[in-house]
Structures are given as C-alpha cells and as structure tokens.
Design a protein around this ligand. Sequence first.
Ligand code: ADP
Length: 230
Amino acid sequence: MPKILKINGLEKTYTSGSKKLTVLQNISFDVEKGQTFSIVGPSGSGKTTLLGICAGLDQPDAGSVELCGFDLNTLNEDERAQLRNKEVGFIFQNFQLLPTLTALENVSVPLELQGAKEAATHAKILLEKVGLKDRLHHYPSQLSGGEQQRVALARAFSNKPSILFADEPTGNLDEETGEKVIQLLFELNKDAGTTLVIISHDLDLANRTQQILRLKGGRILTNEPTAHFE
Ligand code: ADP
C-alpha cells in the first residue's frame, strides 16, 4: 500500500525561559493510504504536538514529514496551507466552531473562501448526511456537544480530504454521542477511503483502528497492527 504520511527522525523541544522540554524524540513511522491509525499515550506524552507536526501546522526541530507525497520541509507557509486546504481535514476535542456563524455557515464559509461553487448547497448536503438537517441555522451555542462535533465533522469532510486528523474527537462527548461520531468517521474511511489518524486515550476506540502507535514521554513505545487486523 502507498504511504500517505512518512515521518522520519522527528525531534521537538519547547523552550520557555531558560528551561528546555524535549517533547518528541526519534519519532519515525508511516501511515498507509486508506489506513485507520491511532496514536495513544498518557497526557503530556506528545500526541498533540506530533499531530500538529504531521499536519504541517507546527515545525519539528529535526526530522522530516512527507504528507501526500510532499516533503513539508521543502514547502513554504502558503504552500503548506494550500496542501492542508486540499488534502487534510481536522477534528478537535473542543470542536473549534466559529461562534458567530450558524452550523451551515461554519461549513459553507470555509468552502467559499477556498473558491468552491455552490458552497451552501454542498454544506447543506454534508450537514444532512451527519443528521443535522433540522439544525442548519442554529449557532454553536444552541447545539449540543454531539451536534457541534457533527458540524465539525461535516466541515472536516467538506474538502473531501485524503487524510483526516482527529485529536480526541470524542473527548467531550458522552459515550452514546461519541459512538455516533466515531461511526461517522469510520464510514468516511470506508466510503471515501479517507485515511484516519486519531489521537485518543480511549483504548476501545484505538482498538477499532488498524494500527496503534503508543507514545510515552515523547518516544515510541510500540507501533503495531491491532491484534484483530493482523
Ligand atoms: P499530549 O497531547 O500527549 O497530552 P502535548 O503534545 O499536548 O501532549 O504536550 C506534550 C508536552 O509538551 C507537555 O508537557 C506540554 O506541556 C508541552 N507543550 C505543549 N505545547 C507547548 C508549547 N507551545 N510550549 C511549551 N510547552 C508545550
């Protein structure tokens, strides 16, 4: 299988004042196109930092990231943003919707900014798909956590990403609502072939992905296929 993400020798250190904190050390792994991949580890183990670097939102101190065939070290900020707009979707634990936009606008406005035609129609279809037909004109504050996360999912799917990064996508949801969100994510993987890279400390969720990378103290403990996918 071709690789959609190739990580080689990543190192990352944060400096605050005279203190240095090494957050990632000697991180190398690949994700195959269409794979479901999870990154697990205790709080503070470097998961979010790693995800940000994989998606080109943050820069490593050393090492390389090849995303969708592009070596991110060779791209400038604009080119990285273009690559993200075209190929990458994101979902965060705290949804990150714009509070002054309705559900529909949260999905359609980014599409319009990218020059998409019929953005509102496309956004409506996506929101219907995630079961929010009756919530199009609600603002985030008028939506439940599960509904907000489904808007975030519709937004993340809207550019038909090749790879979707999800940082604790069910972290703020109750079990039943979280399950619905996860099912939508796996449906996207199955129907559109979107690669999923999910950060979670929920081992049940990780066990449903094909490959699990375990991080501890910024290092890889294990990177193995999930038992039932071997
Ligand atoms: P996780 O997602 O596994 O909880 P993070 O990647 O968020 O881990 O954080 C790893 C470590 O890096 C933590 O100790 C955190 O406090 C530190 N850290 C994260 N972001 C920054 C930053 N911008 N500046 C300084 N330290 C940071």
